[in-house]
Design a protein around this ligand. Structure first.
Ligand code: GDD
Ligand code: MG
Length: 364
């Protein structure tokens, strides 16, 4: 049977945020470009968008804007056509969408996909677009359920899927259903956002559309979803891609217990697993244990060191017997022998921790 070709779709990708919660990883690299399961994070999103019929994407950039074009160019390597629109000063999510829309070719009635640049999602984008078109909505929001909705946009709906309110980061969420950061806008609705002004879609555009009686729909589903905005979530996203919990056409190797990039040297006496990535030319010495972690290119994990659920930056070193759990080690930093670093510790790039400088004692 011949498959019906998917109608071409244009998208806007929001990638202008500073990624402050991911410092020091984001000091030199924007969050959407951090190496995740062996490739820049966005490569996974771009591949999934393409698979659902998207052919042209406008990047809404601000922080370190030039790095996106360096990474993805005109998009031909990804089977996409890419454009870049930069805000001199960040215009907020709404202002960024309005500004990027200048580069769209879609007419006023066409559906336009808008994606937050830090989301891994297994939902069916096509089904979301089809629902939007069939019900002639102004905007259709992808919704997912999380345990703590107060960190997100809380989105109650009625029985028909109509969004009844949009409550961004409210301390008193009325439902666990949240904005999952993937929207379908009817193009003319984007054009109604004021130009060259700082506007938040979450705090201004959505609430005022709902207030004004426009049809804002929720597309609720329960497939894989993750916002990679914190170190713990970032590590989890990479791990889930390597383990195959979320299928990505951009994964540079087979799914499995770990992913070793070209030139990685893993001692047969080391224990590596839990969806870890071992960066190009990185070394994991005998007796070292690495689990659920992202190791940057050229880093070294010396014998007997333990690295669990952590990020180790490019060219960094973790010396013998050091123990790291849920830690971020910046590029070229050195964790001297015998240090014990626990959840939430962050070592800035280039810092050298002397031998046994930090120890953990449970009987304090
Ligand atoms: N171009 C541009 N300009 N992009 C921006 C700007 C800006 O001024 N501000 C934020 N962005 C981009 C970020 O780069 C990111 O991709 C996206 O917009 C969302 O920003 P975050 O900083 O990640 O927001 P959040 O995670 O706190 O909340 C948002 O996402 C949640 C889902 O993960 C909101 O949309 C919530 O409602 C939502 O639940
Ligand atoms: Mg986010």
């Amino acid at each position: 049977m011949m498959e019906t070709p998917l109608p071409e779709l244009e998208a806007i990708l929001l990638v202008g945020g500073q990624g402050t919660r991911l410092r020091p990883l984001t000091l030199g690299t924007p969050k959407p470009l951090l190496p995740t399961a062996g490739v820049p994070f966005l490569a996974h999103q771009l591949a999934r968008a393409r698979a659902s019929g998207v052919r042209r994407i406008v990047f809404a950039t601000s922080y370190r804007a030039e790095m996106f074009c360096e990474a993805f160019g005109d998009g031909s390597a990804f089977g996409l056509s890419l454009e870049y629109m930069t805000e001199e000063t960040p215009l907020g999510t709404g202002g960024a969408i309005r500004n990027a829309a200048e580069a769209l070719s879609s007419g006023p009635d066409a559906p336009v996909l808008v994606l937050n640049g830090d989301i891994l999602s297994g939902h069916d984008i096509r089904e979301q677009v089809d629902m939007h078109v069939a019900r002639e909505a102004a905007v259709t929001l992808h919704l997912t359920e999380v345990e703590d909705p107060s960190r997100f946009g809380c989105v109650p709906t009625d029985d028909d899927g109509r969004v009844t309110a949009f409550l961004e980061k409210t301390p008193n969420p009325v439902t666990n259903r949240i904005n999952a950061g993937c929207y379908v806008f009817t193009r003319s609705v984007i054009d109604s956002i004021p130009a060259d002004e700082v506007v938040s879609v979450e705090r201004e555009t959505f609430p005022s559309l709902i207030e004004g009686g426009a049809l804002v729909l929720g597309y609720a589903d329960a497939s894989y979803w993750l916002d990679v905005g914190t170190p713990a979530a970032f590590v989890q996203g990479s791990r889930d891609l390597v383990l195959g919990r979320l299928v990505s056409p951009a994964l540079p190797g087979p799914t499995g217990d770990f992913l070793a990039l070209p030139g990685a040297m893993i001692s047969p006496e080391a224990k590596v697993g839990g969806g870890s990535v071992i960066g190009a030319r990185a070394a994991v010495e005998s007796g070292a244990q690495v689990s659920g972690s992202v190791l940057g290119d050229d880093c070294v994990i010396q014998s007997g060191a333990v690295v669990v659920d952590s990020v180790v930056g490019i060219g960094a070193r973790v010396d013998s017997g050091a123990v790291l759990r849920e830690v971020v080690v910046g590029d070229r930093a050195v964790v001297g022998p015998g240090n014990e670093l626990l959840a939430g510790s962050r070592i800035w790039p280039g810092i050298v921790l002397p031998e046994c400088a930090i120890r953990f004692s449970s009987d304090a």
